[in-house]
Design a protein around this ligand. Structure first.
Ligand code: PLP
Length: 401
């Protein structure tokens, strides 16, 4: 569309936290592409894993009784790694796929429980859960949901306040939880502007869900695989999800892949005897063998190089580096300290997009997300000096307005 064409930026090469563009500029990737390049760009080892898998078998589908080895191994690995005991994994092609699968599965769960009225999926205002049919329907950012002819594509949805627990619970009470299948949430809101959880909010919502027979779906598409300094944010915030959604950091973007980890409470019935019910869901590329081989190599890198611990360390470095920006007259708020990510909200009088452009001109690639906020979530391999360079570049860019 014309708005983006006029400012197109074509990235041609990547190495660690650095990018090269088609016009020969070298840029520090302060957004890890779209929150996913966690192990950094240009990893020979991951490329080789893809090559070797493709030479052997590019993929074989995983419908019905068919399977391929990288997919089976990865499902087991994720079940062990994830924040759910005894869970089972379904593989998808990305985050939006994981969201759609989860929203179907929670509804299927309640149908089979004999509670067919429980169909509503509740999400938080400003939430982002991808842009497939369900993701669009549960979007907390109205502009992603509206414009398709009804309030949402899938009618059975409800949005609750994102930070005010009392108001959220009051709304759920008034609505009636007997109709609610699940609450879905990002532990740290990403695209909505980088908001860590307000003390007590996630715990309160979880306790409420457990009391009222509502499933909890934790969307770890951004937070999963180390972004909050532990493997999954559910660990950091003591969440006990019924479903965990994964993508992005699962492969660090080296191949499109997602996963849904399902707790025994929901999964077990589908394995219970010869007449167990079916969950009819699958995609040609669910469990794509090459993507799964890439995921294995990516997770090996993450573990062997201690990159999750490194992200935990860099969280503090980043928070310290961006905090002084809060005093800048053109900054409304700085949000950091809920992982190795930060949001710098620019005052309404200045377009965040213009500030982001100025940062790019000065060699640091960032972009704006919701609430006129600059997104900062570099790869975990970024050095401390580079993290500080991001913050000083934002400050210098702001000074030009
Ligand atoms: N959920 C969250 C929290 C996301 O941030 C995203 C993408 O940014 C998605 C889901 C959708 O993932 P994908 O773009 O891979 O479909």
């Amino acid at each position: 569309m014309p708005t983006s064409q006029a400012q197109r930026l074509v990235v041609t090469d990547g190495d660690g936290a650095w990018l090269t563009t088609s016009d020969g500029r070298r840029l520090l990737d302060a957004t890890a592409s779209l929150w996913h390049a966690n192990v950094g760009h240009g990893r020979e080892r991951i490329a080789r894993a893809a090559y070797e898998q493709m030479r052997r078998l590019e993929t074989y589908h995983v419908f019905g009784r068919f399977a391929n080895e990288p997919a089976l191994d990865l499902a087991d690995r994720l079940a062990d790694l994830g924040p759910v005991q005894g869970g089972r994994v379904m593989l998808t092609s990305g985050g939006s796929d994981s969201v759609d699968l989860a929203c179907k599965l929670v509804r299927r769960h309640w149908q089979l429980e004999g509670r067919p009225e429980k169909t509503v999926v509740v999400s938080r205002e400003t939430a982002y859960h991808g842009l497939h049919g369900f993701g669009t329907s549960i979007a907390g950012l109205p502009y992603n949901r509206e414009g398709y002819g009804s309030a949402s594509l899938v009618p059975e949805t409800l949005r609750i306040p994102a930070h005010d627990l009392g108001a959220a619970l009051a709304q759920l009470d008034a609505f009636g939880t007997d109709r609610v299948a699940a609450i879905i949430l990002e532990p740290v809101i990403g695209t909505g502007g980088v908001f860590g959880p307000v003390e007590g909010y996630l715990e309160g919502l979880q306790a409420f869900a457990q009391e009222r027979d509502v499933l909890l779906v934790v969307d770890e598409v951004i937070t999963g695989f180390g972004r909050t300094g532990v493997m999954f944010a559910s660990e950091r915030y003591a969440l006990e999800p019924d479903l965990v959604l994964m993508a992005k950091g699962l492969t660090s973007g080296y191949a499109p892949l997602g996963a849904v980890l399902v707790a025994p409470r929901v999964a077990d019935r589908f394995f219970d005897g010869d007449d167990a019910p079916m969950f009819r869901h699958g995609l040609t590329y669910s469990g794509h063998a090459t993507a799964c081989a890439v995921a294995h190599a990516n997770l090996d890198v993450l573990e062997e190089e201690g990159l999750v611990e490194r992200a935990a360390h860099l969280e503090k470095v980043l928070a310290d580096a961006v905090q002084p920006l809060a005093d800048h007259p053109l900054v409304h708020e700085v949000r950091a300290g809920a992982g190795f990510l930060a949001g710098v909200q620019v005052v309404d009088e200045v377009k965040g997009d213009d500030v982001a452009q100025e940062c790019v001109r000065r060699g640091v690639l960032t972009r704006t997300i919701h609430a006129n906020t600059l997104q900062i979530c570099p790869p975990f391999v970024t050095t401390e000096d580079e993290v500080r360079l991001v913050a000083t570049t934002v400050a210098d860019a702001l000074d030009t307005f």
